[in-house]
Design a protein around this ligand. Structure first.
Ligand code: DON
Length: 568
């Protein structure tokens, strides 16, 4: 493994100790299996690029990345690593890593096979369109975001078992690192996490304790649940003891998920959304994620413009991209939803003719207008979804975004099973025009119906050129996800940036409504000129991108914006 010199300087002895302890865990020596929590403090600040010549992984947590690397080095392929990392994240990053939530996977094998897997949660059979409205017809956000009624039927375990058909190693080897972590891993609750999550984490883990700074977090029940899944497979989660514990938990609150809901859950292979952008092929997630459609629309709207003739980050370039985003996000609100339930004219929405017509009223140097509608504005999205990117030594690539929705989901832990449940029901439009906590206005196509999937923005994406892998990428961030993926692709394709620069460059987000641009750290002059163009600027945009870029000489640039990149 090669690292940039900056990183070399930063490797501390603590980090080395972590690696040693990890080897001990995985190679099953007789060392104590409880690891000092103090070793697990890691900061989510700027992370430099890791360069590798064979394979790499990138995820938010050093332990999940090390699990991925371990699996790859032991002969596993990219799917093996992605499965093991998802399970490890469920243990070490309970804010978003999960077995009680859902997500999406985009994969491309070195023989050219491309597939997208939808393991998004579904509405329980007893869900109904108005279930989150009060007597006055107003949305009761606390019901759709916290507690038992906010939970969608979880899809992660179904997704993992569905993707096992591409795995090389036996499942028991892929889940074992997560079991070891759940048994041996503990950490002292971090004050930053507490500040951001205390309100959504009411009485959660190991029986009804509120977290406070310095509490130690252990997960023996989760370890037992993972062992049952290891021994009994998918059925354990959807029909076995774990399913029964979920339903019992539902009954303790006002939850409506039944044994039948769990039994009927299916992860679904979807036809990947594939399109060309300036000689590159983009492979991304179709509905029920809005991500692919948005990225497709935004890239195709800017393609007729000579982006590379403007400087990256120049107001001319930003002006075009913001206007493309405004128009794409408007369509998200109006048209997008689960295409198994509603008609969505995707082909028309991504057609050249339609996208050209959308940009007809764009006037260079001026802000466009989003027709005002009186909509509630929610707070800035926090980053409690998580993404992982993997490339193995044979060039197979996997991109997975997974979530509980908000930090720690609905804040309910399944009693006796030790894992958190999602609050994904909030991603439905609780009524036409209502927003979700993840951002985005919901239209009628995203209203609640039994068994329907709620619209997502998660965008696991893979870029290829001339049949060669170029990039694997994704990020958390609710509706800002497609914006970050879109701009990272533009940075690489139009501005020829390396992975590190593309990831760390300032980015923006405009989602039609509210009519404002959220901006990262652009120079003050850029902001001033954008304001003069008529844009309302709102400072604050960040992403947690996980990107692997493959160069022509097959070397890898692995970048975890704030997590941990590993390669060899
Ligand atoms: O599916 C979605 O789009 C949201 N539930 C994702 C939420 C999210 O990304 C929150 N964290 N950043």
């Amino acid at each position: 493994m090669q690292r940039s010199s900056m990183y070399k300087n930063k490797i501390s002895s603590i980090f080395l100790i972590i690696i040693c302890l990890f080897s001990v865990l995985f190679f099953n020596c007789s060392a104590p299996r409880t690891i000092n929590h103090k070793l697990y403090k890691y900061d989510q600040s700027y992370q430099p690029t890791v360069y590798a010549s064979h394979a790499g992984v990138s995820s938010i947590h050093p332990l999940s990345s090390k699990v991925g690397l371990y699996i790859l080095q032991k002969g596993g392929n990219a799917i093996d690593a992605a499965i093991a990392m998802q399970l490890a994240l469920a243990v070490v990053y309970p804010e978003a890593g999960n077995i009680g939530g859902g997500g999406f996977m985009t994969m491309r094998l070195n023989d050219g096979t491309t597939r997208t897997l939808d393991f998004r949660e579904t509405a329980p059979a007893a869900a109904s369109r108005d279930m989150y409205l009060d007597q006055k017809g107003e949305v009761n956000f606390s019901k759709s975001t916290s507690g038992h009624l906010a939970v969608g039927v979880p899809g992660t375990i179904a997704g993992i078992f569905e993707s096992m058909q591409y795995a090389k190693l036996p499942f028991k080897e892929l889940i074992q690192p997560a079991i070891d972590l759940a048994e041996g891993y503990s950490y002292m609750v971090d004050p930053v996490r507490i500040n951001t999550s205390i309100n959504t984490m009411p009485s959660a883990l190991d029986g009804h304790i509120s977290f406070k700074k310095g509490d130690v977090f252990r997960q023996p029940e989760l370890a037992a649940t993972l062992k049952r899944i290891r021994d009994r497979g998918r059925k354990e989660f959807y029909e076995g003891k774990t399913a029964r514990l979920i339903v019992e938990e539902m009954k303790r609150g006002s939850g409506i998920i039944t044994m039948n809901d769990l039994k009927n859950y299916k992860a679904k292979w979807r036809k990947p959304l594939v399109f060309d952008y300036r000689g590159h092929t983009i492979i991304t997630m179709p509905l029920p994620s809005s991500g692919g459609v948005l990225i497709n629309q935004m890239l195709k709207m800017i393609e007729p413009y000579p982006m590379s003739s403007y400087e990256r980050g120049s107001t001319a370039s930003l002006n075009i991209m913001i206007e493309a985003a405004r128009r794409a996000y408007r369509d998200r609100a109006i048209y997008l939803g689960d295409a198994d339930f509603v008609n969505v004219p995707v082909e028309r929405l991504v057609s050249t003719q339609y996208l050209e017509s959308q940009m007809k009223d764009f006037i260079p140097g001026q802000s466009g207008i989003s027709r005002p509608i009186n909509l509630p504005i929610t707070k800035q999205e926090s980053h409690q979804t998580t993404h992982l990117s993997v490339v193995d030594k044979d060039g197979n690539a996997v991109s997975v975004t997974t979530t509980l929705n908000m930090p720690y989901g609905c804040g309910v832990v399944v009693g006796g099973a030790g894992f958190l449940l999602n609050n994904e029901m909030d991603d439905f439009a609780k009524k036409p025009g209502a927003r979700s906590a993840s951002g985005g206005v919901g239209g009628t196509n995203n209203l609640i119906e039994p068994s329907k999937r709620m619209l997502s923005s998660m965008s696991p994406t893979i870029v290829i050129k001339d049949n060669h892998l170029v990039m694997v990428l994704g990020t958390p961030g609710g509706t800002t996800i497609p914006s970050a993926v879109f701009q990272t692709i533009v940075n690489v394709v139009d501005y020829n940036m390396n992975a590190g620069d593309a990831v760390h460059a300032a980015k923006f987000h405009h989602e039609w409504m509210p009519d404002q641009v959220s901006v990262g750290k652009f120079p003050i002059d850029t902001i001033t000129v954008l304001r003069k163009m008529g844009y309302k600027i709102n400072e604050g945009f960040d992403s947690y991108l996980e990107v692997i870029k493959v160069n022509k000489d097959k070397t890898l640039e692995i970048v975890s914006e704030r997590g941990d990149a590993e390669g060899y």
